[in-house]
Design a protein around this ligand. Structure first.
Ligand code: DP6
Length: 324
């Protein structure tokens, strides 16, 4: 029996990816910049099973639904071809944070799956290849192969080798991400569907694709100089532009809940009181506050006291995917 194990972390985009330049290869239409989060970990074990008829995906103890299983089986098939192997796989994956609610569990999930499966099938470690395969499953997953601060460039249609690159390791900047969890359930509109709708129906899609590279560049520079006063407003502009785009689809894609607005108001109030803290949101209702390590306890307390916030998670820049 051949086994591969991997631990990958979720990531939060400071410059958002939203929209695809090549649907079949899952290439992003815009560059994105993220931070990999400790301790938002997915642990995955891949076991090769001789004579099995199909791959089996078990998430948190229960067999995954058809859509999730299909995505996993597709990438496992590619890895088998690369390895010249035939055996199907049993994949067991556990998330240490809420699944499918905008906390980017698909990112850590696919990153861990690809890394663990390549190990199980006897392929050597190759972060660039792992990142490209993870990107093909879910573009944000390409970034979770690397720790610290990570960029995924926009994809030129046809370029199936597109992989993320690490900008800085986690030691570069002790930023804190305080996550206000607003719901425990699954989100209504997944990011793949949401961005498809944006491309098809929003009058603002082209403007977003044109504006995003300059936003990502400025965010990269603010990270390089560890300048929270610069990074914060840029990250807010990126997330708000993405949500404006989502809102301008037909029908509108609305990820905000009352608790999200309350948490955003808390972040603004803290800022008015002199705390440099900034917000970002993904394709779900949670609000992620970006601050220094020194200010994180105050941010956490204020978010915990906010109506509509169920609980608060704390995260910091984390390491590369770990494979054994
Ligand atoms: C809002 O990577 O989940 O979190 O490539 O279709 O699987 P697919 O989309 P996914 O989208 C993430 C969107 C986002 C922004 C980001 O993480 O950059």
């Amino acid at each position: 029996m051949t086994i591969g194990r991997a631990r990958a972390r979720a990531n939060i985009a400071l410059a958002k990816y939203w929209g695809k330049s090549d649907l079949a290869l899952n290439l992003p239409a815009v560059p994105s910049v993220s931070v990999t989060l400790e301790p938002m970990i997915t642990e995955t074990r891949v076991t090769l099973v001789s004579h099995a008829e199909r791959d089996v995906l078990v998430l948190g103890g229960s067999e995954a639904n058809e859509g999730e299983s299909k995505r996993a089986a597709r990438v496992l098939e590619r890895i088998r071809i690369e390895a010249g192997a035939k055996d199907k796989a049993r994949v067991e994956s556990v998330n240490h944070f809420p699944t499918a609610s905008g906390l980017a569990s698909s990112a850590s999930g696919f990153a861990a799956l690809v890394a663990a499966a390549r190990r199980a099938y006897g392929l050597p470690r190759d972060p660039k290849r792992e990142s490209a395969l993870a990107r093909w499953c879910s573009a944000s997953a390409a970034r979770s192969i690397y720790g610290g601060f990570v960029e995924l460039a926009a994809g030129v249609p046809g370029d199936d080798d597109l992989a993320a690159t690490q900008l800085h390791p986690s030691s570069h900047w002790d930023l804190r991400l305080t996550v206000a969890v607003i719901t425990e359930g699954r989100k209504d509109v997944g990011s793949t569907d949401g961005m498809g709708l944006s491309k098809e129906t929003s009058p603002y899609y082209r403007a977003w694709v044109e504006a995003a590279p300059a936003m990502a560049r400025a965010i990269r520079e603010a990270i390089a100089s560890r300048d929270l006063g610069k990074l914060g407003p840029l990250a807010e502009h990126s997330f708000a532009s993405m949500h404006a785009l989502a809102l301008s689809t037909s029908p509108p894609t609305l990820y905000f809940q009352p608790g999200s607005l309350a948490a955003l108001a808390t972040v603004r109030k803290l800022r008015a009181d002199g705390v440099p803290v900034f917000a970002t949101m993904d394709a779900g209702p949670h609000v992620k506050a970006i601050s220094s390590a020194d200010d994180a306890p105050r941010v956490k307390k204020a978010l915990e006291e906010t109506q509509g916030v169920l609980r608060v998670l704390e995260a910091r820049p984390g390491p590369d995917v770990e494979v054994e």
